[in-house]
Design a protein around this ligand. Structure first.
Ligand SMILES: C[S@@+](CC[C@H](N)C(=O)[O-])C[C@H]1O[C@@H](n2cnc3c(N)ncnc32)[C@H](O)[C@@H]1O
Length: 197
């Protein structure tokens, strides 16, 4: 398994549990957007009866996600679709839970992607989009992973959007029913939680 996935593996079941504890969506349709190798969606599937849609713009990543899901012997219906978040092949108001971790920064038109997420989200449903390690990981592990992450981003001259940029993206997307959520209270929110009423 390649870096950074190897060191991130413990976060996926914890993040899945956190999202289920927070949102309580166990049935219906779940989209994991920018699923990569499928780890978050697979962990969500294991503890729910959700019908899972693993979506990624990169068909090669999806092949790995599919192999990983097969190995996990999921009982859930699962679909693996090469999809650009900016143009999703789903009808309006059809997803109960949408998760997307570590993908937003790579979308060409981020506001359009968020608009699409809002369009396909069911009233009463919830979408959680952004990045981070979640609230449930031990503090020692958070510190270690964040230090490595900071170095990795600095080496590449990359930076992730702050709260101001996220608010501006949501405004561009015309979404007002959202909040920014931080992994650790007092830190900048890196997750966008969207609820459609
Ligand atoms: C850093 S990986 C994160 C993978 C996974 N969500 C995780 O947390 O392990 C980002 C993923 O987003 C996908 N991606 C980038 N742009 C996308 C787009 N416009 N629509 C859908 N997926 C996209 C990439 O192909 C990549 O697999």
């Amino acid at each position: 398994m390649s870096k950074p996935y190897a060191e991130l593996m413990p976060i996926y079941p914890l993040l899945a549990q956190q999202f289920l504890d927070d949102y309580g969506v166990y049935q219906g349709r779940c989209l994991d957007i920018g699923t990569g190798h499928g780890y978050l969606g697979i962990e969500i599937a294991k503890i729910t009866e959700l019908e899972m849609y693993f979506l990624d713009i990169n068909p090669e990543a999806l092949k790995i996600a599919e192999a990983n899901a097969r190995e996990a012997e999921l009982a859930n219906p699962a679909y693996f679709l090469p999809v650009n978040v900016e143009e999703m092949p789903f009808a309006d108001n059809t997803a109960d839970l949408i998760v997307s971790r570590g993908s937003l920064w790579f979308w060409e038109n981020q506001a359009k992607g968020l608009e699409e997420i809002y369009r396909v989200l069911k009233p009463g449903g919830v979408a959680v989009v952004g990045g981070g390690l979640g609230r449930y990981i031990p503090e020692t592990m958070r510190k270690r992973l964040l230090a490595g992450r900071k170095k990795w981003l600095a080496e590449r001259g990359e930076k992730r959007p702050g709260e101001k940029e996220l608010h501006s993206l949501l405004e561009q997307a015309g979404i007002s029913s959202y909040r920014l959520v931080a992994d650790v209270p007092g830190e900048a929110g890196r997750w966008i939680e969207i609820k459609k009423t």
